[in-house]
Design a protein around this ligand. Structure first.
Ligand code: SF4
Length: 319
């Protein structure tokens, strides 16, 4: 259990959700199976994260893949604190008034990446709508610290939408992460209930803008299914993402973190995920990951290598 989980009881983590009626969480189907966190490398990862006083989304979001990922030394760091200014109805990260930014955090992330000897690192953040630049400068410092401490490591970032502030988006894109990942999460019809603080087309515009700034940066976006969307709506979102030149789509099953969160409408079967994958490939994404346990940072290192190979292949074909 993390410091955050110890200190903040569920009501404190999600004060805005306490008015919601309890929604039974039901039984997960047999195909939602995750590896238990037990191995030595898992413990080593946990101790580096805790020694460096870092936060991970793996723990904060209660990700089911933590046993598998941490055993491979793959953790997703979450910067700018443990408290988010938004209150999305699917998300287990605590909501409230965040702390001041920690100016030493970028360097600690850089040192942790160096210590862990990572080929590829994924960094995400809470939404910081309280900051004038949405945390853009902190993002840049973090990317620079990783480049300084671990120059061989490729960097994937997963920021929020900066409330559509183009100057902030440009600043972060100009720091040239290898992958700029921003999740649309769900179909536009469900935004008012699932992602009320966000706007579908604002997020889409962000992804398009990154490509305008630097077409060499890989762009990536993720969707959760099981919130009430239809396959046709997902197909439309895929078209929107391709129109914004997004390279890589991830699709995974939504899992309800607590009875106060949005309920699971249904569990998509592994066969249905295969069919979503086929549909995404047909629409021209360079890379697709669509399985029940897919998360935007799941297998991100291996996927990055494949992404690079896929682009080379495409360029050779064109050449
Ligand atoms: S899938 Fe991502 S969030 Fe989940 S444990 Fe792995 S690295 Fe962490």
């Amino acid at each position: 259990m993390t410091y955050n989980q110890d200190l903040l009881i569920r009501e404190k983590r999600h004060p805005e959700k306490q008015k919601n009626p309890d929604r039974p969480m039901g039984k997960k189907p047999a195909w939602i199976r995750a590896k238990a966190p037990v191995g030595d490398t898992y413990k080593e990862t946990k101790s580096i994260v805790s020694d460096m006083k870092l936060t991970t989304v793996c723990e904060e979001a209660g990700c089911p893949n933590i046993g598998e990922c941490w055993e491979k030394k793959h953790a997703t760091f979450m910067i700018m604190g443990e408290i988010c200014t938004r209150a999305c109805s699917f998300c287990n990260v605590a909501t409230g008034k965040p702390d001041e930014l920690d100016k030493y955090e970028p360097l600690r992330v850089g040192v942790a990446v160096e210590k862990m000897g990572l080929d590829h690192v994924v960094i995400t953040a809470v939404d910081r709508d309280d900051l004038a630049d949405g945390g853009a400068r902190h993002w840049v410092k973090t990317i620079e610290a990783i480049r300084f401490k671990a120059p061989e490591t490729t960097v994937e970032i997963l920021p929020g939408d900066f409330k559509g502030d183009m100057a902030a988006i440009d600043e972060v894109a100009e720091a040239k992460p290898d992958v700029f990942n921003h999740n649309l999460e769900t179909v536009p019809r469900l935004y008012p209930t699932i992602r009320p603080g966000a706007r579908f087309f604002r997020s889409l515009r962000l992804l398009e803008r990154v490509k305008d700034i630097d077409p060499n940066i890989f762009t990536k976006s993720g969707l959760m299914v099981g919130l009430g969307e239809t396959k046709e709506e997902i197909g439309q979102v895929m078209d929107d993402l391709r129109a914004a030149k997004v390279d890589f789509i991830t699709i995974g099953q939504y899992l309800q973190p607590t009875p106060k969160h949005a309920p699971v409408d249904r569990f998509w079967t592994p066969e249905e995920f295969k069919s979503l994958e086929k549909m995404a490939r047909a629409k021209g994404f360079l890379m697709v990951s669509a399985t029940p346990l897919t998360r935007s940072s799941y297998h991100a290192g291996d996927d990055f290598k494949r992404l690079r190979e896929a682009r080379l292949k495409q360029l050779n074909k064109l050449g």
